[in-house]
Design a protein around this ligand. Structure first.
Ligand code: GTP
Ligand code: MG
Length: 370
């Protein structure tokens, strides 16, 4: 959406605002000096002055969600996959996450009490995998609704003693809507009543045909409780991620999504961010949703202080002026002044949007009462 006021356009063109207003009037547009002009009006005026409109002048920097991130393919390198675990209630999502974390993280970080930051990384065969610790379908839906696609691969957990249930189907639909590959984890195979074949049969209905039956869906039979089959699952994740050719440019200003955020009594606003491209550094001027600041302290998924974080890395940061929301996008800017400017503009915009919603609601209320 174009967004320049008459005054701003006049300044860019080196003309008097009154002259622009006159021209607009001749074109049948009545405008005041502070009025926002749309793209068409800007183009009309510019062509009248024989000025080529560069798309640049209508880019709204406060709308960084819709800014296309263009990277030279030569600058892209492999990045870890970001994996979300989904499935029906009690089918073992949390147990599986814990089991993966315990088998990999705790062993390496001897004695380290893992601090919960909503996401964690494990290393398998020298390759990293990032797991999002917020497997709630709601969180997934909210993020997707806000345009934030953070997941590369969905692990669909189905208990072998229970089979396909309503939330299993919901999870399949989420994954399909997001267009991400699904790996099926047939869980609880340690149970005497487990029937993995039944799970596979039931999932055929949803186009998840197992490889062994001629399809292309990977099924991993495992027990999150005993740990059986976990290593195989991790290897399959790496296999799928290789096929997806996940890449990012670590040598640019960081951009990504808020996984969770809260107000900490001592530290102020604290946000867990997933860096999706670029590298985030201590001291970076940043806009997070409608908040802004400078990255003051940064800790990784095991609570260690870090100075930087590359693509697919989850980190917890402090230094923001307010608490952002899960699903908010973040972006690093060249300097603090710019970050503040953009952050304030976005906060203002959000406020106006909220107000206009409220006004509409109260008008509707009014009409209902009449
Ligand atoms: P919600 O978060 O409530 O949706 O459940 P969840 O999917 O996270 O399931 P959770 O990991 O809490 O597991 C539910 C129950 O199943 C717990 O009592 C687990 O101990 C048990 N469970 C999970 N995995 C296995 C398994 O592989 N084998 C057996 N026997 N029990 C399991
Ligand atoms: Mg759970």
């Amino acid at each position: 959406e174009g967004s320049l006021t008459v005054a701003e356009l006049a300044k860019k063109l080196g003309k008097q605002p009154s002259e622009i207003i006159k021209k607009l009037f001749m074109l049948g547009i009545t405008a005041t000096i502070n009025q926002d002009l749309d793209k068409d009006a800007i183009e009309l005026i510019c062509s009248d002055y024989g000025v080529e409109v560069e798309e640049k002048i209508v880019i709204d920097e406060t709308d960084f969600e819709s800014l296309e991130i263009v990277d030279d393919p030569a600058n892209l390198i492999e990045r870890p996959p970001v994996v979300t675990i989904m499935g029906h209630v009690d089918h073992g999502k949390t147990t599986l996450l814990d089991s993966i974390r315990n088998s990999k993280v705790t062993a390496q970080e001897a004695g380290g009490i893992t601090q919960h930051i909503g996401a964690y990384q494990v290393t398998v065969n020298n390759k990293k995998i990032t797991f999002l610790d917020t497997p709630g379908h709601e969180a997934f839906t909210t993020m997707r609704a806000r345009g934030a696609q953070v997941t590369d691969i969905v692990i669909l957990v189905v208990a072998a003693d229970d089979g396909v249930m309503p939330q299993t189907v919901e999870a399949i639909n989420h994954a399909k809507a997001a267009n991400v590959p699904i790996i099926v984890a047939v869980n609880k195979i340690d149970k005497p009543t487990a029937n993995p074949d039944r799970v596979m049969q039931e999932l055929m209905e949803y186009e998840l045909v197992p490889e062994e039956w001629g399809g292309d869906t990977i099924y991993c039979k495992l027990s999150a409780l005993t740990g059986e089959g976990i290593d195989n699952l991790l290897e399959m994740i790496l296999l799928v991620s290789e096929m997806e050719e996940l890449k990012a440019n670590p040598n640019r200003r960081a951009l990504g999504t808020v996984i969770e955020a809260k107000l900490d009594k001592g530290r102020g606003p604290v946000a867990t961010l997933l860096v999706q491209t670029g590298t985030l550094h201590i001291g970076d001027p940043i806009v997070v949703g409608s908040t802004y600041g400078r990255v003051r302290a940064m800790t990784n998924d095991v609570g260690r202080r870090v100075k930087e974080a590359g693509p697919s890395t989850p980190v917890e940061i402090t230094g923001l002026n307010d608490v952002p929301q899960a699903g908010d996008r973040f972006m690093v800017f060249e300097d603090e002044k710019k970050a503040r400017q953009i952050g304030e503009a976005r906060a203002q915009k959000q406020l106006l949007e909220q107000r206009s919603v409220k006004t509409r609601v109260s008008l509707d209320d009014l009409f209902e009462k009449i």
